[in-house]
Write a protein that binds this ligand. Sequence first.
Ligand SMILES: *Cc1c(COP(=O)(O)O)cnc(C)c1O
Length: 359
Amino acid sequence: MNQRQILLNPGPVTLSDRVRAAMTKPDLCHREKEFATLCLEILDMISKVYPGAKEFQPVMLTGSGTSAVEAMLQSFAPAAKKTLIVANGVYGERMATMLTKQGKPFELIKGDWVKGIDLEAAENILNKDASSFAAIATVHHETTTGRLNDFRPLAKLGAKVGLGLMVDAVSSFAAEDIDFDNLTAVAATGNKCLHSIPAISFVLAKKDLLDSGKSEAKSLYLDLFEYYKAQKNGFSPFTQSVQGVYALHEALREFQDLGGQTARLKTYLSRRDAVLDLLASIGVKTLIPRDTFSSYLTSYIVPPGKDYDKLHDALKAAGYTIYAGQGNFSGQIFRIATMGDIRQNEMDQLLALLKTHLT
Ligand SMILES: *Cc1c(COP(=O)(O)O)cnc(C)c1O
């Protein structure tokens, strides 16, 4: 399979040649100063992705996006008071599973997957009983449907009663706009909008929170406070993915060369709109309203008379991997993520293929 594979799943992504080449650099021990230098540069580049994140410090660890979300909850969700989870999809509900496994108290607002986050429910709960909560958690881009949740009203609501918001921004960081006001921590990863390999994920947390040293972790590997201490000199308590660090370093340099977050958002929007326009023109219906989608992930109802598996296999044979629905949506919808290193001729071919196989 030497043909370029264009991944249209929401991570991992099609790599650029320069990121792939970076992984063939010489082997390196993670206790050597060259490795520490690379890590410090990565942390510096991550902290500059959003000018609004000045009070936040990234902490990186080896693991996929889930490890960043779980490390965030491990380290910051308290054992003594509840966390309010405001969910509208698989990833929000997964945070509740994580807290269950950690033995920490929470309340879950299990919102409708095709609706926005339920602010009213959150408001009612907090109006009644804010003092039994210590934190709020939600998902920015709910990848289940492709919906970009506006968490700002929730962050404001939390601030009114003295609660900070933790955000799973695994599938939005580096592309979507993020307002850091009233947030305490943001979990993200290298292998989605930053276009690196699945290997290194990270959490941006308020510096004063990290400096407080008050870890709530009941896990050794996922305790961000330990990473924070070690990484002041560029190191890590455990072996990091060295090739993953090479790849992420190069991906961040490429990201900067291409114009950073605002440029990435623009690129994503133009690709996404091309797919939305084409599918609308041939009558394929979106799962949620067009104006609620994130910049790169859209979801569609499998048209009557069409079969998801057949569509998937036909596109895959041509080098394009689309993505199925999760959970309740399995077999009912398909998703297209136009993230990663996709060239214009590949976008053109994708549109032609979709037209052929969906009409
Ligand atoms: C992809 C994703 C995750 C999990 O990331 P993995 O890399 O699969 O572990 C978590 N949250 C959201 C919103 C995601 O899209």
